[in-house]
Ligand binder design. Structure first.
Ligand code: SF4
Length: 362
């Protein structure tokens, strides 16, 4: 899309906020303001999250007047599916266009325990991890809670065709969720609510690159959701090379904030550790990592990282991945290796959107 078309779309985009941004109480307040009975909120939430309608017109047990008022005040279709790819292993990848013309990615992964969706929280990202394609264009804007919720609803609508359900949510797509903290929290509350998407807290995972003040704040929220930190390195030097955020939020301080989280919530933390050939994947790195985290309640998720064409990182050979994992196990650290999914489609973080952006510049 050229810049002029994008600008035009931004002008045309409705000013109405997404209805999916509203908490139950906020919807109730709005109804009361309009002279409606508060119990209508249950009906509206049922249409949104159980029946998953795509038009206010379809909310047939509401009066015509109320449906019109809803349509005048809110937007129901904030995402348009631009690309939907399905991999041989069932992984689905979606590229959605927002009302202002920006595009975002959402991925659905199939596991033995159910279908897990990976949502995006920002258009682009300003954290600047050196291995990440989505960092190339910087941060464009934060997503509203409703735009994050709509990703789950859209994917669920696609699954409705085969009678399947989104059973878990990971906030690990493009963007740093703690850099869009308020909207992320709103999103969590809506998808967790039994009248919302009713996804259990223990089936939701949020992952941060390490914004320390927000880790303390999140610990104090005392939510029962799973918490992951993108660590990717056993020491300051390597982490700063891979993740410039480490210069602002230093590794020793990050570890302190994580220990605070564990003490406060009693929950364990997952460390995401991407393996980059020759950078952080040697036995001595595994030993150093075990020293760094061995004393805390945690689990390490090793991620064999896809080759990112714009960067010089290469994949770690399979034998080396197993050796790395075994070294951690021998030191008493819980570890799993993430199963690779969607290999035949663009499954690495940011690749689809980066591709689209390249197409835009042609
Ligand atoms: S890996 Fe995540 S936090 Fe890092 S730049 Fe990419 S989207 Fe941002």
């Amino acid at each position: 899309m050229d810049n002029q078309t994008k600008k035009q779309k931004q002008t045309e985009a409705t000013e109405n906020p997404s209805i999916y941004s509203l908490q139950l109480d906020e919807m109730k307040e709005w109804l009361v303001e309009k002279g409606e009975k508060p119990f209508r909120v249950k009906q509206i939430f049922e249409w949104l999250y159980e029946k998953r309608v795509t038009s206010f017109e379809d909310m047939t047990n509401l009066s015509k007047k109320l449906r019109e008022q809803l349509a005048q005040s809110f937007s129901l279709t904030t995402l348009k599916t631009v690309i939907q790819q399905t991999s041989n292993d069932g992984t689905m990848k979606f590229l959605f266009e927002l009302q202002d013309g920006y595009t975002i990615e959402t991925v659905l992964m199939r596991h033995e325990y159910g279908n897990s969706i990976c949502v995006t929280t920002q258009v682009g990202c300003r954290i600047g991890c050196t291995f990440c394609a989505s960092t190339l264009g910087g941060l464009k804007r934060n997503l509203e809670a409703g735009e994050i919720v709509a990703q789950v609803v859209k994917v669920q609508q696609a699954l409705d065709e085969t009678n399947e359900r989104v059973s878990s949510v990971v906030i690990m797509g493009i963007g740093e969720p703690f850099d869009n903290y308020g909207e992320m929290l709103s999103f969590l509350k809506i998808i967790n609510h039994d009248l919302g998407l009713n996804i259990g807290a223990r089936h939701i995972t949020v992952s941060t690159s390490g914004i320390i003040p927000k880790i303390y704040q999140f610990a104090d929220e005392q939510m029962q959701i799973n918490f992951a930190v993108s660590l990717h390195a056993p020491n300051t030097e390597i982490r700063s090379k891979l993740m410039p955020i480490n210069r602002a939020y230093k590794l020793p301080d990050l570890m302190k904030s994580i220990e605070y989280y564990i003490n406060k919530t009693g929950r364990r933390v997952t460390f995401e550790y991407g393996l980059f050939g020759g950078v952080n994947d040697q036995v001595e790195h595994a030993e150093e990592l075990a020293k760094l985290i061995g004393h805390i309640k945690c689990h390490v998720n090793l991620i064999p990282v896809n080759y990112v064409p714009e960067r010089n990182y290469v994949r770690t050979p399979k034998d080396q991945i197993f050796l790395f994992a075994q070294t951690l196990k021998d030191k008493g650290v819980n570890v799993t290796i993430r199963r690779e999914q969607g290999h035949d489609i663009d499954a690495a973080c940011g690749q689809l959107r980066a591709k689209e952006r390249q197409d835009e510049t042609r």
